[in-house]
Design a protein around this ligand. Structure first.
Ligand code: PLP
Length: 374
């Protein structure tokens, strides 16, 4: 729940860009930050890492599906993607990246090169590295194989479910096929789980639904419980390509591993684990999806598809002209919802702690708005 400056209350089904998986201002996250604030506000990144940063890296290693995982922390998702691209470059010596149309990986220059959105790329095209080729998301594995063999990119980068692209789920087995092709051709697989990670889709990481392990995992958003922190994670073996720092680190940043953000992340991960929130995403996701499908049955001319997994759901409308006005109308009714994709999709990615009563209220509000739209 969110309260604005005038005292109006809103139900936030966006998790504020997918960040507050444990809910806004979870008291345990707040008190972890307060306790950390009284000890140490700022550390020295990777030169003199704070104790809380070390604990977080160990905790991440225990939760991600990668052997002996090592992390490069960042402040936002774009940082994690930049670190993944650099890791792939160091490991393979091959600069090319295969990414997918409609994909969103952040807007810093490396991340923007792999992000497929023409609107974000357009004004900066002349400064982009141009190392990325994009193929349609979910396209034939034969086409991907041909591309990997012909162009020999160092890595393939994909979201397991495209988030900002409009909650797009690839065909069953596609991610597994991608993994196999990468292994077969000696290409690294980078999975961007910045949105899908930390329980959102009903497992800790979306790749686990298909038993797929990436070589490099990008995580962020919900990890910090509301504070800015992200990570690029890979096995110790792969991360060894960075070498041991003998002075100036090859990749670092001033606020890397900020103690407040690390403390918030440790609390958020504890909550996710102790409250079994990935499983809650399965249970509440089913309730939410069934409700959205009932709306589709009631308004078949307006709603063309309901899709997603866990608590990462999209309602596709017949046109952006129908979907976009619903966003401010929902806000006036007390519901924070965001559009995605080409504007036809409304995104339902609430905190994993959302109650059934809140889901019902959201669905009833949508029902009223859709009735008014007809
Ligand atoms: C899948 C994915 N990757 C990367 C990013 C970029 O994250 P940030 O905005 O924190 O840089 C986002 C943001 O929405 C995202 O959804």
């Amino acid at each position: 729940m969110v309260t604005d400056v005038d005292g109006n209350h809103f139900l936030d089904v966006t998790s504020a860009f997918g960040v507050v998986g444990v809910g806004h201002n979870h008291p345990r996250v707040v008190s972890a930050v307060q306790a950390q604030a009284s000890k140490l506000l700022h550390g020295m990144g990777d030169v003199h890492p704070s104790e809380v940063k070390v604990r977080l890296c160990e905790r991440i290693a225990g939760l991600v599906p990668l052997p002996q995982a090592q992390t490069i922390l960042g402040q936002n998702g774009g940082d994690a993607v930049e670190a993944a691209l650099k890791t792939a470059m160091l490991a393979t010596g091959r600069p090319g990246i295969l990414a997918f149309e409609n994909g969103y990986h952040g807007l810093t220059y490396g991340a923007l090169d792999v992000t497929a959105r023409a609107d974000f790329r357009g004004p900066f095209q002349a400064q982009l590295g141009g190392f990325t080729k994009h193929l349609p998301f979910g396209c034939s594995l034969a086409v991907i194989k041909e591309h990997l063999q012909a162009h020999r990119p160092g890595a393939v980068l994909a979201e397991p479910i495209q988030g900002r692209g409009g909650i797009v789920v690839p065909p069953p087995g596609w991610l597994r096929g991608l993994r196999e092709l990468c292994t077969e051709t000696g290409t690294l697989l980078i999975l961007d789980e910045i949105f899908t990670g930390w329980g959102r889709t009903g497992s800790w990481f979306a790749c686990q639904h298909e038993d797929v392990l990436p070589d490099i995992l990008c995580i962020g958003k919900a990890m910090g419980g509301g504070l800015p922190i992200s990570a690029c994670v890979a096995s110790a073996e792969l991360m060894s390509v960075w070498g041991i720092s003998t002075g100036e680190a090859l990749h670092t940043s001033t606020f890397l591993g900020n103690p407040l953000a690390c403390a918030a992340a440790l609390a958020a991960l504890d909550i996710l684990e102790e409250e079994n929130l990935p499983n809650r995403a399965v249970v509440q996701g089913k309730v939410f999806a069934e409700g959205l499908r009932r709306l589709q049955a009631e308004f078949p001319d307006l709603i063309t598809e309901v899709r997603g997994r866990g608590l990462m759901l999209g309602l596709e409308m017949a046109s952006p002209a129908l979907a976009l006005p619903l966003v401010p109308a929902a806000l006036r009714a007390g519901l924070i919802v965001l559009p995605a994709g080409d504007g036809r999709v409304l995104e339902f990615v609430p905190p994993l702690v959302i109650t059934t009563e809140q889901i019902d209220w959201c669905l009833e509000t949508m029902r009223t708005l859709l009735t008014e739209a007809t």
